[in-house]
Design a protein around this ligand. Structure first.
Ligand code: CAA
Length: 260
């Protein structure tokens, strides 16, 4: 399938999705959202695809936010009536059960930071900048910044960033736990794709359940989360991949996964 605002590419079992509006620093408009929903749905449906990477085209930006030009003249009734931004969580985050990684190259501001935080984890280039500058536009985060950023880095930094619009550079983002790793820009895509290949090479059900259980840590009490984790662990013990994984360990050979 070809798209207008994104590019997609298969590299073995890894799907690479690239935001492709470099002239607008990959700003996220309605077409981008619809195309990302379609591309991630295609990734989700394809049994041969096991992990995805989302990045931005060009060296300057992952995404500089929701498209300000699209929002500038939109009436409040339309924002509310369409439940503007709702699709990012309901049709994208919640619909994708397979793992995916954000490879953040440059600015990840406003909706750009928020989309990166929708990924299962973020690998950042050394020139990455994260921020929630919406306050300077007379608004505030609308795609999860106040919630996901606060959960990722804590109240002090999240509040400061939302109230001042200041950007966090890659080193600070790594210290604060927003990103899993920082790599030189020139190595970002090789690193992100190699990491995605590692994830794609894992037993698929165990990968999906690992994602589900880590995500549950943000939604439940500790007791409920521990119970859900144990139940998922117990379910995994019934899979052929569990038998294969443990036999492969004992026989000192790599496992061959069936995804069942
Ligand atoms: N929406 C629409 N267009 C954008 C954009 C955005 N979020 N960010 C950048 N662009 C466009 C610019 O308008 C410019 O286009 P033209 O050449 O047609 O004028 C082009 O991208 C290049 O941008 P700049 O000339 O501004 O580049 P710069 O290097 O001088 O500055 C920047 C880079 C600091 C990232 C600056 O572009 C900027 O501040 N962008 C806006 C960041 C922002 O406020 N993001 C939040 C958006 S609101 C939001 O996301 C709401 C939410 O919570 C979901």
């Amino acid at each position: 399938m070809t798209y207008e605002t994104i590019l997609t590419h298969h590299d073995g079992a890894v799907t690479l999705i690239t935001l492709n509006r470099p002239q607008a620093l990959n700003a996220l408009n309605t077409t981008v959202l619809e195309e990302l929903i379609a591309a991630f749905a295609e990734f989700e449906r394809d049994d041969g695809q096991r992990c995805a990477v989302l990045t931005g085209s060009g060296e300057k930006a992952f995404a500089a936010g929701a498209d300000i030009k699209e929002m500038a003249d939109k009436p409040t009734a339309a924002f509310y009536g369409e439940d503007f931004f709702a699709g990012w969580t309901s049709r994208l985050v919640k619909a994708v059960r397979k793992p995916w990684i954000a490879a953040v190259n440059g600015f990840a501001l406003g909706g750009g930071c928020e989309v990166a935080m929708m990924a299962d984890f973020i690998i950042a280039s050394d020139n990455a900048q994260f921020g929630q500058p919406e306050i300077k536009l007379g608004v505030a985060p609308g795609m999860g910044g106040s919630q996901r950023l606060t959960r990722a880095v804590g109240k002090a930094k999240a509040m400061e960033m939302c109230l001042t619009g200041r950007m966090m550079d890659a080193a600070e983002a790594e210290r604060a736990g927003l990103v899993s790793r920082v790599v030189p820009l020139a190595e970002l895509m090789d690193d992100a794709m190699a990491t995605a290949r590692t994830v794609a090479g894992m037993p698929p059900l165990a990968a999906m359940m690992s994602k589900e259980m880590v995500d549950m840590a943000f939604e439940t009490t500790l007791d409920q989360g521990l119970l859900a984790e144990r139940r998922m662990f117990q379910v995994l013990t019934a899979t052929e991949d569990k038998a294969e994984g443990m036999a492969a360990f004992v026989e000192k050979r790599p496992g061959q996964w069936k995804g069942r």
